[in-house]
Design a protein around this ligand. Structure first.
Ligand code: GLY
Length: 587
């Protein structure tokens, strides 16, 4: 049952071929303009929201932002731009942009029509078993689910982006791929963050000859800022998708290369797993908060469910009055977060396989019950909290982008290969990295994953099942109007990062750049501590400790890329300064 976003007006649509030509021309012009203006644009964007009337793109990489904005300016819609950005990120930001992973896309029509979620999360291969990450004594072998060929789920990105385009787009798949193919074939000038990432991941990537050859110079050192980096194998892989559609990835040469890679190293993904992979169209989870409608990702992500659950708990507290990041506000947030993450550990999993008590978790009455256990003056130790009875870290290297077009259509997309550079394993001859998303399953119920998240029976490994995620692409509406488009990387911190941007906008009345930039906190039940970024006052920390909280300062959390849509249609973009390549651009 196809639904279409408002399409290019008929007179423009009839010039479909010229749309592609205009996109190509605009890319050339934009490349020149970008080279001249990049620094000035970036500096401005760090302090104020970027505004526009006709379109806005916020991503974690300037080149993806530029490519998507070019599509919008040339008459494409938000989904055309989102698919283009997804493929460009797969080329220019290999630590998280991908075709070897998976993700979730929310599409919200500008006319108030139903919001749709495209689930292109990876799936466990058919030969996967519940104990595949345990030794013969039942002990978890952690590196097996992270740095081996067993770590990879069947990739979903290509099928998911293609499905989004088929349902809502106006560009052909090959036109949406064209900028990415060009960047892979002709190369791009690497920014410092690209070099830093590959230097940090060197030990892990050097273990695999194809990763070494694909991402490093001949002497094994990382490409340096200012140098041009080319990826001929990836260009050929993307070209096969352009030529043959999803069959150009899930069948034929690319599928053969993936299967051979698996067979050489004891991996499980077969030709049948690839041929059988299908993305799913889902209904997002839905809640309300102070008169706004909140729509976010449903299972197999836990993200949307727990954002709404925490908002429901917090709605009863006067957060605006208590103040942004005051001890009282942070205390209530931490207490609500603990309760939600305790529930996550027990109830959440892939709803195609297990029953998840979604109605209960999302209900105001269950939130009211949970709220009764929150003390205004005392932190409840995590040991006193157990999952209730409702009727990842992962890597900080997932990536999110938000896009709004001239018709007010919004796309919120988060996708990942889990850790930075995923498993570190490149498919030889195909030039892309494989995910290590299997680590998001519970290797053994009750055992934490790489980032301390506890999983339960509901998230055990099963063939064909999707591993639980925290990714939370989110769209907030006011009446029929799209209001806030947001989402973030950050493993389990995705949920609390996204939550805080919603609170910063709705409760604390911040502009979108301030909402994105403001220091963030996080609590995930276990470990029993509030994690804070730099920027909280010593007074606040002392007051939290007086209530019994353990407070730990940590590195920056998340990289949330957000757009706010004003009542008059003005678009404000907030790019997260926590990533040096983030950018918001509008027109
Ligand atoms: N791999 C992190 C997540 O999906 O939450």
């Amino acid at each position: 049952m196809d639904r279409h976003l408002p399409r290019v007006p008929p007179e423009t649509a009839s010039r479909g071929r010229s749309l592609a030509t205009r996109v190509a021309l605009a890319f050339v012009l934009l490349a020149v303009a970008t080279a001249l203006n990049a620094q000035a644009i970036l500096e401005g964007e760090r302090h104020h929201p970027v505004t526009g009337r006709n379109g806005m793109v916020v991503t974690s990489h300037d080149l993806a932002t530029d490519a998507a904005l070019t599509v919008l300016k040339s008459g494409g819609n938000a989904v055309d731009a989102a698919v283009t950005a997804g493929f460009v990120l797969a080329v220019v930001q290999p630590r998280s942009g991908n075709i070897g992973g998976g993700g979730f896309m929310l599409v919200a029509p500008g006319d108030g029509g139903p919001v749709e979620a495209i689930d292109y999360r990876e799936k466990a291969p058919a030969a996967a078993t519940a104990t595949m990450f345990q030794d013969e004594n039942g002990n978890v072998v952690t590196n097996r689910s992270r740095f081996t060929h067993l770590a990879s789920g069947v990739p979903g990105t290509v099928a998911g982006l293609a499905l989004a385009l088929e349902r809502f787009g106006t560009l052909s798949l090959s036109d949406a791929l064209a900028p990415a193919i060009e960047l892979a074939r002709e190369g791009f000038v690497v920014p410092p963050r690209f070099t830093e990432g590959l230097e940090q991941a060197q030990e892990r990537l050097h273990r695999w000859p194809a990763s070494l050859a694909t991402f490093y110079r001949a002497d094994g050192s990382a490409w340096q800022p200012g140098e041009r980096f080319r990826q001929p194998d990836l260009a050929a892989t993307l070209q096969r998708i352009a030529n043959h559609g999803t069959a150009g990835f899930y069948q034929g040469e690319t599928a053969r290369l993936i299967v051979e890679e698996m067979q050489r190293h004891g991996g499980l993904i077969t030709a049948a797993d690839l041929a059988n992979y299908q993305p799913a169209v889902r209904k997002p989870v839905r809640g309300s908060y102070r008169g706004y409608e909140v729509l976010s990702m449903s299972p197999p992500s836990s993200g949307g469910t727990h954002i709404i659950q925490i908002l429901n708990i917090l709605e009863d507290y006067p957060l605006a009055e208590l103040g942004h990041n005051s001890a009282a506000t942070v205390h209530y947030m931490a207490e609500a977060m603990k309760l939600a993450y305790a529930d996550r550990s027990k109830f959440l999993g892939d709803t195609d396989f297990v029953e998840v008590p979604l109605d209960g978790l999302l209900s105001k009455s269950y939130a009211g019950e949970l709220r009764k256990g929150i003390d205004a003056d005392r932190a409840r130790p995590a040991s006193e909290i157990q999952p209730g009875a409702p009727g990842g870290y992962e890597s900080p290297e997932t990536t999110h982008y938000s896009i709004v077009d001239r018709w007010g259509n919004a796309v919120s997309n988060t996708y990942t290969i889990n850790f930075s550079y995923g498993s570190g394993i490149t498919v030889a001859g195909a030039g892309f990295l494989l995910n290590n998303e299997m680590d998001d399953f519970s290797a053994k119920p009750g055992e934490p994953n790489a980032f301390g998240l506890i999983g339960g029976e509901a998230n055990k490994v099963e063939p064909g099942k999707r591993m639980l995620s925290s990714m939370s692409p989110t769209i907030v509406r006011k009446g029929d109007r799209n209001f806030l488009v947001t989402g973030s990387p950050g493993g389990s911190r995705i949920i609390t990062t996204t939550l805080q941007v919603i609170l910063n906008v709705i409760d604390h009345n911040m502009n979108i750049q301030s909402a994105v930039s403001a220091p963030r906190m996080h609590h995930q039940w276990l470990p029993d501590a509030i994690f804070i970024e730099q920027g909280f006052s010593p007074d606040t920390i002392r007051l939290l400790e007086d209530r019994g909280h353990s407070v730990r300062t940590t590195n920056a959390m998340g990289a949330i890329q957000s757009i706010l849509i004003g009542e008059d249609g003005t678009l404000s973009g907030g790019a997260d300064p926590r990533r040096s390549t983030s950018s918001a651009r509008g027109y």
